[in-house]
Design a protein around this ligand. Structure first.
Ligand code: FES
Length: 69
C-alpha cells in the first residue's frame, strides 16, 4: 500500500489489495486508488469530497511508507 499526501489536499491511498473502511455502521470496500480527507471538512468522511478546495486547505505534499519498504 502506498499513501501520498497531495499538495493542499487529501491523502491518496493506492491499495495492494481491497481495503474495507468503517464509518459508524457503514462499511465500504475500495480496491482502486481512493482519497482520505485530511482537512477535516469533508461531509463524506473518511473520504475526501472536495471540500478542501472551498476551505482553502493548505498542507505540504508527503509520502508515507510502511517500515518494511
Ligand atoms: S481533504 Fe478533501 S475534503 Fe478534506
Amino acid at each position: 500500500m502506498k499513501i501520498t499526501s497531495t499538495p493542499n489536499g487529501p491523502n491518496r491511498v493506492d491499495p495492494d489489495e481491497p481495503v474495507t473502511l468503517s464509518a459508524g455502521e457503514k462499511e465500504k470496500t475500495l480496491a482502486s486508488p481512493f482519497y482520505l480527507c485530511r482537512c477535516g471538512l469533508s461531509k463524506n468522511k473518511p473520504l475526501c469530497d472536495g471540500s478542501h478546495l472551498a476551505g482553502k486547505f493548505e498542507a505540504p505534499p508527503s509520502e508515507i511508507r510502511p517500515r518494511n519498504q
